[in-house]
Ligand binder design. Sequence first.
Ligand SMILES: NC(=O)c1ccc[n+]([C@@H]2O[C@H](COP(=O)([O-])OP(=O)(O)OC[C@H]3O[C@@H](n4cnc5c(N)ncnc54)[C@H](O)[C@@H]3O)[C@@H](O)[C@H]2O)c1
Length: 440
Amino acid sequence: MKICVVGVGYVGLVTAACLAETGNNIVCVDNDEDKIANLKNGVIPIYEPGLTEIVEHNEKLERLKFTSDLKSGVNSSIIIFLAVGTPSAEDGSCNISAILSASASIAETMTEYRIIVTKSTVPVGTHKLVTDLIKSKTKVSFDYVSNPEFLKEGAAVEDFMSPDRIIIGTTNPDVREIMRQLYSPFMRRSRRIIFMDPASAEMTKYAANTMLATRISFMNEIATLCEKLGADAELVRQGIGSDSRIGASFLFPGVGFGGSCFPKDIHALIYTGSQQGTEMKITKSVWQVNIDQRDRFANRVIHYFADQASKTVLAVWGLAFKAKTDDVRESPAIYCIRKLLEVGLKIKAYDPEANSAALAALDNKIDTYQNSYDALDNADALVIFTDWQEFRNPDFELMKKKLKKPIIFDGRNLYDPAHVKNQGFEYYCIGRAATPSSSV
Ligand SMILES: NC(=O)c1ccc[n+]([C@@H]2O[C@H](COP(=O)([O-])OP(=O)(O)OC[C@H]3O[C@@H](n4cnc5c(N)ncnc54)[C@H](O)[C@@H]3O)[C@@H](O)[C@H]2O)c1
């Protein structure tokens, strides 16, 4: 099929590359001309495992093209995906201005029937706004589909290629069939394509993200209580995760969730609830627990070095909001480092992929290193924010030699407390035995 993808970020580029990989012809459109110029020169703007290979492969076969000319994309494609950003507005609502301006431009450009599919996360009711907007600008017929995306950064290609399910929000049976055909190559394992109306599809995305964030905040709250009572949150996690009614995913206690989706989608759902006179009590608590969790972790470090903050240098491992991505949007690491910098602590950081994004987010107020061990030289302690695989089994002997004091604050529970203690470290983690009850 001939397809246009508008918005070439994490979701748009992965969608375009994976659809090209199954034989479709894709034109990618973005209004960021530098990004398009870089993509044309083979520079992939994001780190995502497996993405570079399929982008290069499909570009070579001319199934994947990049342009900032919306018209050429719209005119040559039957299906147009919208994958532009929908960030938080000041009041917590979802800012859909990019969706509306892209839709208006598509309406002014299209000369024949088109299927317009929204992959971006948009508030319930956006389908109606976009449909009305397009109708007000053109007499050309079209169908609108809400097709929210559920991929995870760090495993985006894998998730797109083998999704748990695909949600298609349209009531038109012919369009359902076209969408089924488009997605059939990705349905070989699960065959789960769920059709619904557009409003339910839009709500499904918010409900899914909020449910996942709820599990993380719930586990973090349990971990706080474990610390106070001398229970081990890791054992509790295993104990509840093995219950098939509960399942093991998204139950790891840590420094809190972040990223470009959970925080903004939670705020948007709370805002939507307030507009409808429905207070989203659980969702509000999920966010509050997340903020408390980040603060508790940062404050633990701050209190430890309270008397000597200006003389203290901390090594940091991990800046991305999670492993296998270079994305630092709403990263707990960035949030906590800002607090550490405020009290005068100095930071030497290493992240395998996110050093430059973090430097930009923190106005170059930290030093970054190309190697995890170089960041440790003469630091007073190590603070871990991201669960990259390469941090899981480090050379503790070398770490001890490089650090001034053998102290680790672990925001991801990467190590066995007893083992690290045997290696001679003071070890503070989340909800586990080696962490003393926090007064914070
Ligand atoms: N990142 C994720 O993990 C993820 C997962 C599922 C859903 N989503 C949702 O998908 C959407 C996109 O997220 P993302 O992380 O890919 O965003 P992103 O910021 O990485 O990319 C958005 C792209 O859209 C482009 N753009 C903005 N306005 C445009 C316009 N009018 N015309 C053409 N291009 C335009 C930007 O230049 C940018 O390249 C959001 O709604 C997000 O909530 C994201």
